[in-house]
Write a protein that binds this ligand. Structure first.
Ligand code: 13P
Length: 249
């Protein structure tokens, strides 16, 4: 049976005390959940949340990292620092990083390779803006983000990669892609991965959907053949909504 990868991206929310409180509730209420689970608190709460999730079935994720191991990089956080805190997954190429902070494919690729080199799992986010979709550029954009994001990643390292399809127009807007629409784009992502790494690797690749996932729409999305999990923003900030998402079946 398929095991889904349900991940919460807390973005720039929660003080340390709030993060510990939510993580503790999730740890207790999701202890019997058999899906693969991850939460990504802000950097400032990683250490405290790490103590809560240690030994549980919830993986600790980071929302970003710097492209170098160390050095004069003011404001950046290194892969080594993340590992030191017990982080095992890192979200890279999120659309907010791409569009608000100007992260380009080459930078994201450097981070992907560095994270994999150090044994972190990577969630590589891809997704088109509404304008790109309306101009018929969806496939061009997704293909470029995948090809450039995975450039130089060895086939053996691909096992550490999950792709997250997050249409930019669906993030935080309450507008979800229809399950059919999302499934079509996921199938396209799989096709691109197959071109790069072969059919078997593409079939193995988990592809999450992200963009206004809620308790009400999660089951219909997860029912689709090419959807293997969810990357949840707003609804991951409360146990009342994240628990039913993780326990959608
Ligand atoms: P929302 O679930 O708030 O739309 O955010 C999705 C997202 O960006 C997760 O990374």
């Amino acid at each position: 049976m398929k095991r889904y990868f349900i991940a919460g991206n807390w973005k720039m929310h929660k003080t340390v005390a709030e993060a510990v409180s939510l993580a503790s509730e999730l740890r207790d209420r999701l202890s019997d959940c058999r899906e693969k689970l991850m939460i990504a608190p802000p950097f400032t709460a990683l250490q405290a949340v790490s103590e809560v999730t240690r030994g549980s079935n919830i993986l600790l994720g980071a929302q970003n990292m710097g492209p170098e191991e160390s050095g004069a990089h003011t404001g950046e956080v290194s892969v080594l620092m993340l590992k030191d805190l017990g982080v095992s997954v890192v979200i890279l190429g999120h659309s907010e990083r791409r569009h608000t902070y100007g992260e380009h494919d080459a930078l994201i690729n450097a981070k992907v390779r560095l994270a994999l080199k150090h044994g972190l799992e990577v969630i590589l986010c891809v997704g088109e803006t509404l304008e790109e979709r309306e101009h018929g550029a969806l496939e061009t954009v997704i293909r470029r983000q995948l090809v450039e994001g995975l450039r130089g990643v060895e086939p053996s390292a691909l096992l550490g990669v999950t792709v997250a399809y997050e249409p930019v127009w669906a993030i935080g807007t309450g507008k979800t892609a229809t399950p059919e629409d999302a499934d079509t784009v996921h199938a396209f992502c799989r096709k691109v991965v197959a071109e790069l790494y072969g059919q078997e690797a593409a079939l193995r690749m988990p592809i999450q959907y992200g963009g206004s996932v809620k308790p009400e729409n999660v089951a219909a999305l997860m029912a689709k053949q090419n959807i293997d999990g969810a990357l949840v923003g707003g609804a991951s900030l409360k146990a009342e909504s994240f628990v039913p998402i993780a326990k959608f079946r």
